[in-house]
Design a protein around this ligand. Sequence first.
Ligand SMILES: Cc1ncc(COP(=O)(O)O)c(C=O)c1O
Length: 389
Amino acid sequence: MYSFDHPIERRHTHSVKWDETERFFGVRDVLPMWVADMDFPAPPAVIEAITKRTEHGIFGYTAIPYSLKEAISDWLKTRHRWTIRPEWLSFSIGVVPAIATAITAFTAPSDRIVVFSPVYPPLFQLVEKNSRELVTSPLLLTKKGYEINWEDVQEKLKGAKMLLLCSPHNPSGRVWTKEELIKLGTLCVENNVLVVSDEIHADLTLPPFQHTPFASINDAFADISITCVAPTKTFNLAGLQCASIIIPNNQRKKQFDAAQQRQGFFTLNTFAVIGAEAAYRHGSDWLDALLAYIQQNIEQTCSFLNTFLPKLHPIRPEATYLVWIDCRELGMEEQQIKQRLLQKGKIAVEMGSKFGKEGTGFIRLNVACTRQTLQEAFHRLVIAFDQKS
Ligand SMILES: Cc1ncc(COP(=O)(O)O)c(C=O)c1O
């Protein structure tokens, strides 16, 4: 019913991924497999809703309707078995700005904020840019994949004000189990640590893995939680800029809203409202089809690497379309890997150190593209790491 194989030209659309590659990487004509958006059109229902709204022709200030809050609540209940109250919802133009607001609303300069590393860069950058003390707890890479270092995080949460949790985790692709979240949440409750749970990748959890919203576990966790979700990764709507923040503690919700008002934020743009509601109401089948396509792309990537580049070890993601690849067996410096990828292979990926020093020696490959593009990427990876040249 839905096809993800149809190639669509994205150049000359002001796409960060396709049009800004040269600016970011300094090399022309490289295949962009870096920034986390997808080369697929949004669900048909979203395109229809936006087209209809566009035809109206008047784009004045747009309110956030109750129907959008209902659509989000229904989505969380059906897809993630989490019952929220619509009044717990706030909105933002993005998860990153929302996290920045949470940091300034609930912590003071020099307060300690814990993040697991390697992690999506803005999580630690926002802590530093807001002059809070960054406390990193490096994840352990075991045969089972990335795991939390419990002894380490237990120590580091003592005296901390906030934990920025990425759940599911980018770049490792881990979907934290309910047991892990219970252990973590219990430590946070004991230490009076607020949990900002960035769950933007939740909808991209790949079966049979199951995402557990942190705040859904029990009332004590809900009380210390600020959860960020968004339709933007799920339905490829990053350019519409829309995120929802769920804060069950009424007092804290008021503090968050007041902080947003101090920043001058009041409402979303017209297309964010229309697109988000259409996606949450009508995007479920499309998402299931997308996940099946992504699973296949991941499968193909892992088997390609195992066969043709056995020194590159993919950490199979449990969520997301981002494949985190361990390149340490190559025995090359990151700069050399980057050079080979860009100059020889003509392919742009994210270099691991961008995600914290624990990411050095890894690369992150975005496989949310057509099979045709994926094959082209494989071809370029082989050229990049060809031992003979
Ligand atoms: C973990 C995580 N959080 C947030 C974002 C970006 O969110 P937004 O565009 O809503 O600011 C990304 C994008 O890659 C992400 O991976």
